[in-house]
Design a protein around this ligand. Sequence first.
Ligand code: ZN
Length: 204
Amino acid sequence: MRALSVGLLMTVLVGLCANPQAPVYRVIIDPGHGGEDTGAIGLYGIIEKELVLQIAHLIAIQAVSFPAMRVILTRTEDRHISREERLKIAQMGDLFISLHADFSYDARVRGMRAQIATGAGASSEKLAELLLQHSTQAAKALNLGVARAPLWLRRMKIPAVQLYLGYLTNPEEARKLSQISYQTTLAKAILAAVQAFLATDAQR
Ligand SMILES: [Zn+2]
């Protein structure tokens, strides 16, 4: 995980600065957990907080190819941030995607799923559906669908989705999630989903 550090972050920063005058859609990517909050601990020593941070960095790097988007990360390192901080950063954005991975005591359980807040609007639902469609197709993973839950995301005024990128307790998914090629596939799929969302539902 450490391999993706200063060099790649510099690439992101250079990319973000490349075209400051162009109109941009601000995509907030929120790597869940951080610091003492590790999130799920999975097979092969995978730690959720590290995995989602790595995928968030890959999204920021890949976003250089999408000039209409500016990706903003809620955290760029392994540190704890409060929901208040995450909300504050979300206020700078046009949409919000929180990245997570799943845990189950049953190793057979696998697939990707999304959650939106109870009472969230149709735009959050559309974004969640597109994220799952693109991610599961690209990753050849099972689509477990979108569920509504009483999430803290209800405080967001922008389309907001909690995206679960697979089960760290399923041997096959955990093995794939540990590979940078698979992580990059997911990063690209998430950006493609956002692009599709902008094409269909930019007006929230
Ligand atoms: Zn999580």
